[in-house]
Design a protein around this ligand. Sequence first.
Ligand code: DGJ
Length: 692
Amino acid sequence: MPHADDRTWLIDTPNTTYVLALDDDDRLHGLHWGRRLNREQAADLPGLHAPRARPVFDGLDARLDLNPAAAFRYGQTGLQVRFADGTTELELRFTGAHRDGDELALGFEDRHYPLDVRTVYRTFPDTDVIERRVVLRNRGDDPVEIVRADSATWVLPRLDDYRLSQLHGSWGAEFQLTRTRLPYGETLIGSRRGITGHQSNPWLALDDGTAGEYSGRVWSVALAWSGTWRMTAERSTDDRVSVSIGFGHDPVAFALAPGETLETPASAGLCTDGGFSAGAAAWHDYVRGHVLAHPGEVRPVLYNSWEATGFDVSAGSQMKLAERAAALGCELFVMDDGWFGARVDDRAGLGDWTPNPDRFPDGLAPLIDHVHGLGMGFGIWVEPEMVNPDSDLYRAHPDWVYHRPHRRRSETRQQLVLNFARDDVREWAHEWLDRLLRDHGVDFVKWDMNRPFTEAGWPGAEHGDRLWIEHTRGYYAVLDRLRADHPRVRIETCASGGGRADLGVLARTDQVWTSDNTDAIDRIAIQEGFAQLYPAQVMGAWVTDSPNPFTRRAAPLDLRFHIAMTGALAVGGDLRRWTERDLSRAEALVAEYKRVRETVQLGRRYPLRAGTVQGVQFNRGADTAVVAWRLERRFGYPDPLLPLHGLDHGARYRDEATGRVRHGAVLAEHGLDLGLSEADPASTVIRLRRID
Ligand code: DGJ
């Protein structure tokens, strides 16, 4: 609950306090972000009135929570505007604080120009996450150009050193977690592609370089937005750091019309003790508690046909796969790309969302009925924001795509991006999606997005650059409407794999297609990175064929299943070609997953490592699930025991498969004997239950 007096505010979470204070010039400083402080202690904080040795020449003050472009601000700024007369400096005056439940809003106005700025902070009783957003209002008669409107500028305390953890990647290699020393100056990560992007995910963490998986303090921040974005971590020469986070990207700027209000998406910030794993677990709790619409639901084991059939889709082939999937224990059958229009490959038909009459002569109903008859839900792939130029839709509406009059319309995968900033395009998308869901018993939608924006123009629009914001808002609006009208339907976010995973989309979807790379060994790193912010419940993980279609690497069936079992297990192989032996082993592994699924998807996650053995442990109530593997043994040495976490030292735990009873103290201090087979790679899943 935020406290307020005239000039200093404490934003308290269960374990932390963020302290804000205004200086004599109404500049808003972040004075503390760490363990809880009371009001008296906060009044004792150094900094606000301390003399600064070199106030002007460096011009750096990485302690501003609201850091607008202004005189002597030479570093990053979280708020930049250009008034009609060309003025770019803001001179803000504090106008008052307003508290409403767990929200604190601080109001400012420019001393001369009619622009209001509000910073809004939100806390929750059950998490240390603080949400921050900014609201701008143009009270004047002229438009104001918005160059940058960040959701938050998070101010870190002074540390001896700073280490940056980030998630970078590419298609098929998303969520690569790297930790590097934060350099002096500005470090910028973001996306200029129109979507969240594979190249960076909107999350980063900072520590002093000494934190480990289970020890140390970590500050991490994220952005709830699925369009272009940027995060700038600035380290000043005097070793102060702030991170400014917002939507939009350079050099896009757009006009805020007279009377208009702009509200940024929320940025979320978190300070945790207990190392990186505690930070990740706190994010998972926040996502479950305050982001996901259906946090208590476990995700079904789905089957997706993409890797099995590619574009070669027909009612018959899908029915055959569905029968095999049902026999394995899959609960949801998802038909992927290739079911509509002239979409027999990626050259044509995208945009024409009616079943291909050659492939589905009687429509989708026979397939859907067949799938339902097998006891599974039915899911379907769509890519509503895209169009092939060779489509009826494009021939009818060539102006519906982003384009510039004197530039070529560059294609990727033979497709162009539809302008979801336009009301008529949103209406069209909503209409056919609504019809698809209404006319058929569709239980699940996989919403894909397979190309970044280029030549992103909107000829004729007054403020064309607004499309960078409005496209994402349009995408959200269509999703929100569909969800409201079809509350039963669950949605998967996908953009060539994990290109659109963020806190914004997770408020509107139920799971993420994590990566098109389904190679179990590559997946270990991809999934570990993903798990820094997002819980296992939303991490789609398919078991596919061996050798893997993406990497050509062979891997045993058990390893493929076990790695996928640390997320929302799914199957995506060509089951028509699996041997009877593999099918029967797969059935047993799906059944085993169902036994640990609640623990994995809803439990607390602990990464495990001991020498050549790695794993992931999940605890929920009295249940523990350990998924562990060894990729390569060295010198024939025996596997080390794998120490577990989060157990009660005084309690005993029963191995649910063998009945063997183990002491929590021994499992934590010495470890669990995994009993892995000698041949590489080897893997297992072990279920433990606390018995006293
Ligand atoms: C990209 C997705 O990531 C794949 O899973 C698949 O749906 C293809 N698109 C279909 O075109």
